[in-house]
Design a protein around this ligand. Structure first.
Ligand code: PLP
Length: 495
């Protein structure tokens, strides 16, 4: 039984809470060191010195030299820069990437392929591991760049980067490693890893958003993505975000503490998993048991659409993430989960829990109590409508109030249900004042991820009859093309 509600942020692979020392440092630099680091007077020199200190701290953290560090706006920017450099310099050669890279690599590779690049995707095994033999075969001796992440953001698999980087080197290819999820969770030493390029992001290690870093081993080529001023040695134009970079460095200084907490975090993960398996033995664990990030647990709960579980957890103050990266336009199953062999249904029933370092046993037990209530059906009170159930009678029932929480772009691609009331997801809370309590509310969204969150929130706020459309309007339209043509887009009201 839940007696006291807690607020638990268990989505640390998505982003982390900036630590108070980071917040303090960012505010101080923003306030006191606002000079343009490229100018020549005192204030500018102070800002330039902040950048230099940060560069030295980051270099020390990953065992590089300061000249090998480039500050960028994000890890996505850093990854784009390296991949596009490889294509520009060696257009006839291959780029080989693992099948479970982050979208910043996958989508950039897709884009480069559309421009004529030869992209090869290296399959992984059921734990998400890239085998050195398979990698070697794919590389051949005509690969410009090979890319594999140190640790996966969805399932936590840690790769044998030294072996993969060695293989790339033997085949004459450069090696790019996305270290975003590894930093502060496992030791990162770019020399020991043997990589040519490595990528980092401040907001994953309790730093600010808007600061990334790129390690470029001395002598390795790099073509700027952004042209303009001569900042970052002429390799990345644009006035540096000194306060964010200083915050990034401050976050790096705390890494020894977070690394020291890793064992305890892993124990907490074990406690959570053991508790979950005890209450529901059919749960399938998608994260590997060895060589996995200490904080990351990805599970499939058979027969449960992940957005429903997400809605319940959110209702009880717990933030976790869907294991499947739900594209808001289409309900796409995660490419990572599919790459390790999950079916679409298994991927859509997956959630990712990524613990903070300071998680307590009490927090884990609270999470388990909420899950236990959910599995035993004590968390209901919200009705799930499958697309087939939302038929013409229900659609046109005057006692039904349809609340459409999609974003503008989504509304343009699929017309709204008849007589629906529109309010975008990020503004739904004030919109609820205009939702009648004497009607049955059905919340709808594009792909089925946001609607349950709204429905559970409404239930918590005392709406007596609330339901949501599972799988979203995209799925509903596929099932009911006739109803879509006949009724949709009519009688819409903006709340
Ligand atoms: N690479 C990995 C493994 C990530 O988890 C992320 C963020 O989700 C990124 C790259 C992109 O980082 P950023 O938000 O700094 O662009």
């Amino acid at each position: 039984m839940i007696l006291f509600r807690r607020e638990l942020y268990l989505d640390n692979n998505a982003t982390t809470k900036p630590s108070s020392r980071v917040v303090k440092r960012v505010a101080k630099v923003l306030r006191d060191c606002y000079g343009n680091p490229s100018s020549l007077y005192k204030d500018a020199r102070a800002a330039a010195s902040v950048l230099q200190d940060a560069r030295e701290i980051l270099a020390r953290t990953i065992n590089a030299s300061p000249e090998e560090i480039l500050f960028t706006g994000s890890a996505s920017e850093s990854l784009n820069t390296v991949l596009k450099t490889a294509f520009e310099l060696f257009p006839a050669k291959k780029i080989v990437i693992s099948a479970i890279e982050h979208a910043a690599v996958m989508r950039t590779a897709e884009y480069l392929r559309s421009r004529g690049a030869r992209i090869e995707i290296c399959a992984v095994d059921s734990e998400g591991r890239v085998s050195t033999e398979r990698f070697k075969e794919l590389l051949g001796n005509d690969t410009a760049l090979a890319c594999c992440m140190l640790a996966n953001n969805e399932i936590g698999t840690i790769q044998d980067i030294p072996a993969l980087a060695e293989t790339a080197k033997a085949g004459g290819a450069l090696f790019l490693c996305d270290c975003v999820q590894g930093l502060a969770k496992v030791p990162v030493d770019v020399r020991a890893l043997g990589v040519d390029y490595a990528v980092f992001s401040a907001h994953k290690i309790h730093g600010p958003k808007g600061a990334g870093a790129l390690y470029v081993k001395e002598g390795r080529p790099l073509i700027p993505l952004v042209h303009g001023g001569h900042q970052e040695g002429g390799l990345r134009a644009g006035t540096e975000s000194s306060h964010n970079i200083a915050g990034f460095a401050e976050a790096c200084l705390a890494i020894p503490e977070t690394l020291a907490a890793a064992r305890r975090t892993e124990e907490m993960k074990g406690r959570l998993l053991a508790g979950l398996l005890l209450m529901n033995p059919s749960i399938k664990v998608n994260s590997p048991s060895k060589n996995c990030l200490p904080n990351t647990l990805n599970i499939t709960v058979p027969g449960v659409i992940n957005s429903v579980l997400l809605g319940v957890l959110d209702f009880y103050g717990i933030a976790v993430s869907a294991g499947s990266a739900c594209n808001t336009q289409e309900n796409l199953a995660s490419h990572v989960l599919k790459a390790i062999g999950l079916t679409d249904d298994e991927a859509r029933s997956a959630i990712r829990i990524s613990l903070p370092e300071n998680i307590s046993a009490g927090d884990i037990d609270y999470t388990l109590r909420v899950c236990s209530d959910f599995f035993s059906g004590r968390c209901s009170g919200v009705t799930m409508f499958m697309p087939a159930q939302l038929d013409e009678d229900l659609l046109l029932d005057p006692g039904v109030f349809i609340l459409d929480v999609r974003f503008d772009g989504e509304r343009r691609s699929v017309k709204g249900l008849p007589n629906s009331h529109e309010v975008p997801f990020f503004r739904f809370v004030p919109g609820l004042a205009r939702v009648p309590r004497d009607k049955s509310v059905i919340v709808v969204c594009q792909a089925g991820l946001n609607a349950p969150l709204v429905a559970f929130y409404m239930r918590q706020k005392g709406f007596p009859r609330v339901g949501f459309l599972a799988a979203g309007l995209v799925a509903w339209k596929l099932l009911h093309p006739d109803l879509y043509e006949k009724h949709c887009g009519r009688g819409l009201t903006v709340l």
